[in-house]
Design a protein around this ligand. Structure first.
Ligand code: MF3
Ligand code: CO
Length: 288
């Protein structure tokens, strides 16, 4: 245990009593009430936050850069090449490449694909498609992760509406992020918003803690109940990345490639993702 006059564990250089002591005591109180609380690894130090933000800067740069090229006629392989070259030119590494055997530098998921679509030179974007491009970056060993939807040419009204509502689901999820709230608040808000509009929320995948590793604690479900799940504490960092279906929430995995998930009923699916930092008074979107 740390003494009050020791230097704080977070590396700020301040005395513990002037830095994280009060917060640690508050976390302990919640833990004694039986709540799930984050450990030290899950709470980022000021130095880690700075490094992760550097990573996120490149990650956002990738998304901005590729946006200009995502049009009818481009292959997802070409998108992947743009992601790879931009990332490497900015002194970073695409996190998906070789991650648990993933073969490419980003995920490209079209129409009824829910997530983890694999870029391929046989997949050409066509008028009316909706596509999620999911970008993750490692810079100096620190991880960042965000994704956006793109609508190709003229898309159907139902596809446009799905993309829009899914973005709103992300925004509403983000608004729940504040210290001393709970991770379950996020899923509850998203589920309520999506289901009220007749959509379903994929439960098979969720957001995740991120920073020192690609996927850390906590798991961030996009469905749930308020006041449940891990306590949110300043310095925590995680993604919110709701996958919303027009039809039913069930998904199936591509047996051939072992990665891509599709909606079971063939309906359209959309996803948007941001990476959040819990701050003293709310949140900061670091993937902006
Ligand atoms: N945002 C996605 C996730 O957290 C990125 C997956 S990259 C992959 O699942 F390599 F794992 F596919
Ligand atoms: Co993610």
């Amino acid at each position: 245990m740390q003494n009050r006059n020791d230097k704080c564990w977070c590396g700020s250089g301040l005395k513990y009593k002037k830095c994280h002591m009060e917060m640690d005591e508050k976390i302990r109180e919640h833990e004694l009430k039986g709540e799930i609380v984050p450990d030290r690894f899950t709470i980022k130090t000021p130095n880690e936050i700075e490094k992760i933000k550097e990573s996120a800067k490149v990650n956002t740069g990738v998304l901005d850069y590729i946006s200009k090229y995502i049009k009818e006629g481009i292959t997802t392989e070409e998108i992947d090449k743009l992601v790879h070259s931009y990332t490497v030119e900015h002194g970073a590494i695409p996190a998906p490449l070789d991650y648990e055997g993933f073969p490419k530098s980003c995920c490209t998921s079209i129409n009824n694909e829910v997530c983890h679509g694999i870029p391929s030179d046989s997949v050409v974007l066509k008028n009316g498609d909706i596509i999620n491009v999911d970008i993750s970056t490692i810079k100096d060993g620190y991880y960042s992760d965000a994704s956006r939807m793109f609508m190709i040419g003229e898309v159907s009204e139902e596809a446009r509406k799905l993309v829009e509502v899914t973005k709103e689901c992300l925004e509403i999820g983000i608004e729940q992020v504040k210290p001393w709230g709970h991770i379950g608040d996020i899923g509850a808000a998203i589920q309520e918003y999506a289901e009220e509009r007749g959509y379903s929320v994929v439960t098979m995948f969720g957001g995740h803690g991120i920073g020192n590793e690609f996927h850390e604690e906590p798991f961030v479900s996009h469905v749930g109940r308020r006041d449940t799940g891990m306590l949110m504490v300043p310095g925590m960092m995680f993604t919110i990345e709701p996958m919303i279906n027009i039809g039913k929430p069930q998904v199936y995995l591509d047996k051939k490639n072992g990665w891509t998930s599709y909606t079971k009923d063939g309906s359209l699916s959309a996803q948007w993702e941001h990476q959040l930092l819990v701050t003293e008074d709310g949140y900061e979107i670091i993937s902006k």
